[in-house]
Write a protein that binds this ligand. Structure first.
Ligand SMILES: O=C(O)CCC(=O)C(=O)O
Length: 274
């Protein structure tokens, strides 16, 4: 299976419309070279451009959805189109109207949206995304012809139980879109490898390049195999990181080193003695 992780440079000075068109062209360039294309988190605005989340928010089936659906079908690829700031329309249709979510979109090679994942762990503690956006509640997996993909976003990488939930739901390839800052690049690489080793799964983690909202981005998108070996790693700038991998290695790794079978579930916390 061939994948391209397109590490977009998100810089101020480029309009959202221009970036959308540029990213769509980059996706089209992967035609014939990739089965799966992955984009980063919140590449229309930048993951740290909190003040733009509201003004650039789109409905689920808004302009980015339209452009990315077409790019996927033009290129004939499975497209994890990264995430958008999604706003639930205020149209009297039900609960959550007006709420913002950090929502990833996945398209099939004929341009049909096959999944939408609302980021579960919001970053920022008491500010930024953590207060501006709602939290997703559902794990999302997508069946591709060669593998089952589990979807996660950026800060989710720090929460192993989310990935274990994806594995329990059948995931063999864990795909993460991110806007990870340079300041914590060591954590990015370490955690991507940890999630691969502990889940005996491929990890495809696509970040952003450039600097936006004063936050230099880590780049260094990475692909890790189920044994924890790094198959490919990007540099700091914008690039399409291409990799070929054999999804059947998940099954063989899990058979030959069946650690996942030794899980002990439902551990109890000891009573505290004072
Ligand atoms: O966990 C981190 O260090 C970075 C997370 C982040 O930037 C995000 O989720 O947007």
């Amino acid at each position: 299976m061939r994948a391209s992780l397109i590490q977009i440079a998100v810089e101020e000075g480029e309009s959202v419309e221009s970036r959308r068109a540029r990213v769509a062209a980059l996706v089209r360039e992967q035609a014939g070279a990739a089965d799966l294309v992955v984009l980063p988190e919140l590449w229309t605005t930048g993951a740290f451009a909190y003040e733009r989340f509201g003004s650039e928010a789109e409905p689920l089936e808004g302009p980015t959805h339209e452009v990315m659906a077409k790019a996927a079908s033009d290129a004939g690829v499975w497209l994890h189109a990264g995430s958008i700031p999604e706003r639930v329309p205020s149209d009297g249709s039900g609960p959550g109207e007006g709420t913002l979510y950090n929502t990833s979109l996945v398209f099939s090679p004929d341009g049909e949206r096959v999944a939408a994942y609302r980021k579960i762990h919001r970053f920022g503690f008491d500010q930024g995304e953590a207060v501006l956006m709602g939290a997703g509640e559902e794990l999302v997996t997508v069946r591709l012809p060669e593998t089952t993909v589990g979807v996660a976003t950026c800060y989710d990488l720090r929460f192993p139980e989310l990935f274990r939930g994806l594995v329990d739901a059948g995931a063999e390839t864990l795909v993460l879109s991110a806007g990870w800052p340079e300041r914590r690049r060591e954590h990015w690489t370490l955690l991507a490898r940890a999630r691969a080793v502990e889940n005996q799964a491929f990890v495809l983690a696509c970040g952003t390049a450039g600097t936006h909202a004063g936050v230099p981005q880590a780049g260094h998108s990475i692909v890790v195999d189920p044994w924890g070996e790094v198959l490919a790693e990007a540099g700091a700038g914008e690039e399409a990181l291409r990799v070929e991998f054999d999804p059947s290695r998940v099954a063989t790794t899990r058979e030959q080193f069946p650690a996942l079978k030794d899980r002990v579930l439902g551990l109890r916390t000891p009573e505290r003695r004072s």
